[in-house]
Design a binder for this molecule. Sequence first.
Ligand SMILES: [Zn+2]
Length: 324
Amino acid sequence: MDVKEENKTITIGGENVSPGESKLLKITIDRLPTGTLIDIPVYVFNSKKPGPTLLVQAGLHGDEINGIEIVRRMLAEKRFNVVKGAVIAVPILNIFGFIHYSRDVPDGKDVNRSFPGTKTGSMASRIAYHYVAEVMHQIDFGIDLHTGGGQRHNFPQIRYTAEDAQSAELAEIFNAPISFSSKLIKGSFRNATYRSNKPTIVFEAGESMRFDEYSILEGIQGVLNVMKHMEMILSVEPAKVERNKTIHLTNRKWLRAPTAGMFIPKITNGSEIRKGQVLGIVTDTFAKRTKQIKAPFNGFICCVNHQAVVNQGEALFHVGMASL
Ligand SMILES: [Zn+2]
């Protein structure tokens, strides 16, 4: 590579970030009914040395705060001061959802089902449209940080696109406790990046509106692992939490409530399970009727629903077999 070659300039919201510069930029989206302007803060760290541009984003679902805390902490600890390439860090993509403690935007639409979006569509579709136009086309890789929806607690896990070898490789480098390929959902950010050939992985950890320190630490470590692999940073200190190697899951399955009642899990998230083992019970409130939820196979649990009162069919456990 020519040593004189400079990194590319990144332009967001009409403002340039030249090689060697770091800036906080804003994508203007809309106003609140009170007239307050709502914009998405976008941090750009552009190094002088040419290299890939990595997007680290969170808060695509406004109530999924573990991802938001991962980006905030990495900003506070100056983790994005890269020596090669560039990082675009977005702590909260769905500002509207965040201020309403909600996954969605105020009209109930999901931004992560609205990509690539349209200029004149619903609010979610407009956010997606502006985000694609301002940010997505400038990145080479993406890490999309999420948290379990509702009261479902995801054991820290990385999801990649099976059809995209680079996304699978990124997942390996991230090195989360659990990893699996998951189908591309129509309108999702990962689907949009896949179509634009910008390999992306999704980190899911913890439960909405609740901080989970272990999830946050695994997320920070994973992002640093990717940055180190791309030589954007020189070193990564050893993981703060000791654990086993990544467990790769296949044959994933949701175990659902067989009946309505109180749900009492009998196992901790991330545990190994044996076929036939009782994972939890759903009981009525009168100690008359109790149903057991049993493990369908030998494997691991990667999500536990922390909702105490459930209806029939509610997703209670996400389980999978470990692939060798
Ligand atoms: Zn999410």
